[in-house]
Design a protein around this ligand. Structure first.
Ligand code: FMN
Length: 243
């Protein structure tokens, strides 16, 4: 097994990242983003403190309430991120966030139309690492649970499932019918992570932003990406001064 470091510029050309490439015979090749690279010019050696193998995340945003979660996820992802918004998400987004569809799409490194079924993401050959649908409407969740791929979000989610890639669905609906619960069970059984947008109160949130950050932080946890969006439980509730 051999490894090498290489650089790559983000598609928006905003920054250069270090990647670690690991060649594992026969023919296997893994790529990870290197965090906190420490180089010694003198000994010509390097150490890295952690790597993450999630380098390209597809973010689907659908027409459920909670569009702020999707917006915040795009802001917090530091890797390549492609956004796809459904028509209903585009209709609801101004009312919920004050932002336009274009404002939100500009937070991603690339965007795709939900009706563009010829996009690379519609194929199992597409090289993305993970997909998050946030917020995920019950309509989209139900379609994915039944294997329906009638738009790019549902098709890419089906691709993620069949290719055994990370698929995280963040539904927002209450109460839940037996049909909703059964569909969630089907998805979880098939390997998806179903994590309803449920902010916790143990980190003592002081604002809606704190609650949004908790949910988004838990999504990043599922992707194995580092963050400091919420205070992890450490055995006791934080005092006011720690919050
Ligand atoms: C104001 C408003 C809020 C909605 N909130 C939710 C919601 O929280 N959860 C949900 O599953 N559907 C919600 N819906 C319904 C979806 O928008 C609707 O089922 C839509 O067809 C979803 O399509 P999409 O998954 O392609 O975005 C809401 C609709 C409106 C008009």
């Amino acid at each position: 097994m051999s490894s090498c470091l290489d650089t790559c510029q983000d598609s928006d050309k905003s920054r250069i990242r270090w990647y670690l490439y690991i060649n594992a015979p026969p023919g296997g090749r893994a790529r990870g983003v290197v965090h906190r690279l420490v180089c010694s010019v003198q000994s010509k050696s390097f150490t890295y403190l952690s790597i993450s193998t999630t380098v390209h995340v597809v973010v689907g945003i659908t027409g459920a309430s909670g569009l702020r979660y999707g917006v915040r996820l795009l802001e917090c992802l530091r890797c390549e991120r492609t956004v796809i918004m459904s028509a209903d998400a585009a209709r609801l987004v101004v009312g919920e966030t004050g932002l336009s569809k274009e404002d939100i799409e500009s937070k991603a490194t690339s965007r795709l139309d939900n009706d563009d079924m010829r996009a690379p993401l519609a194929s199992g050959s597409a090289a993305f690492d993970a997909m998050v649908v946030v917020p995920c409407s019950m309509s989209t969740l139900s379609k994915v649970a039944c294997g329906i791929g009638d738009n790019l979000i549902t098709r890419a989610a089906s691709v993620a499932l069949k290719e055994r890639r990370r698929l995280v669905l963040v539904p927002r609906e209450t109460p839940l019918s037996a049909i909703h619960l059964e569909n969630m069970w089907r998805l979880s059984s098939a390997g998806a992570v179903v994590m309803p947008a449920c902010p916790a109160f143990y980190p003592s949130p002081e604002s809606v932003d704190d609650m949004v950050d908790f949910v988004v932080g838990r999504v990043l946890d599922q992707l194995g990406l580092e963050h400091s969006l919420y205070r992890r439980w450490s055995g006791d509730y934080p005092t006011r001064s720690q919050v």
